[in-house]
Design a protein around this ligand. Sequence first.
Ligand code: SF4
Length: 244
Amino acid sequence: MGKGRSGSLSLEGFPFEESWEEKRKRAERIVEILMETYPRERLLIGDPYRTLVHCIISQRMRDEVTYRVWRELFERYGDMRRIAETPVDEMREFLRKRGVGLWKTKGEWIVKASKMILERYGGKVPDDISELMKLPGIGRKCANIVLAYGFGRQAIPVDTHVNRISKRLGLAPPRVQPERVEEYLMELIPRDKWIYVNHAMVDHGKTICRPISPRCDSCPLRELCPYAKGLVTDGDIKGNSKNP
Ligand code: SF4
């Protein structure tokens, strides 16, 4: 079994045989089809701070509610400085009244992250993943979202859809953690396509490759998908995660 270009990834965790070369070709074709199926005119929010606040609100929330609350928050508070000066309890109340889950935690994160950006980074959201991850409420997925949709960098945020679909498609071994999924995707997908992966897989995950009962019969990736051929199962994916 070969190692990936980076040397740290292995083919051993996959439940079917395929070389890196074959996997790379298949991954490229998959991304091409996803880009044709879910075209985007505009990918960027283009404002790292607003992207960051959006990401905090969005955790475990439906898109429509997130978008509405996010828009209202900026209509009411305007900018980073005003948000940083807002009492945490007021921000919590703002979120609670609008049906945001985890409103206590998110209210605190939004105010504290804004303060920290002002005090530690001179009011500019850092464009570095490890600095971003020092901000309250910002894990690896949100940091990548800020890099991709705020700064326009090539990054692959791995959320629940990207995690599940990558594993069904055999682009990552079924039992690895999301951080490892990100590494496999970076290994297999050309860098200039990274930014499309999250968007396209999220759309695909909501419409066709749903968590339960994926609609493989009407999926444009069927011919390229080991799950559709019975080589990967949801049972494989649901097992304990580990880092091979
Ligand atoms: S064929 Fe099925 S499992 Fe594979 S990507 Fe399509 S919907 Fe998902």
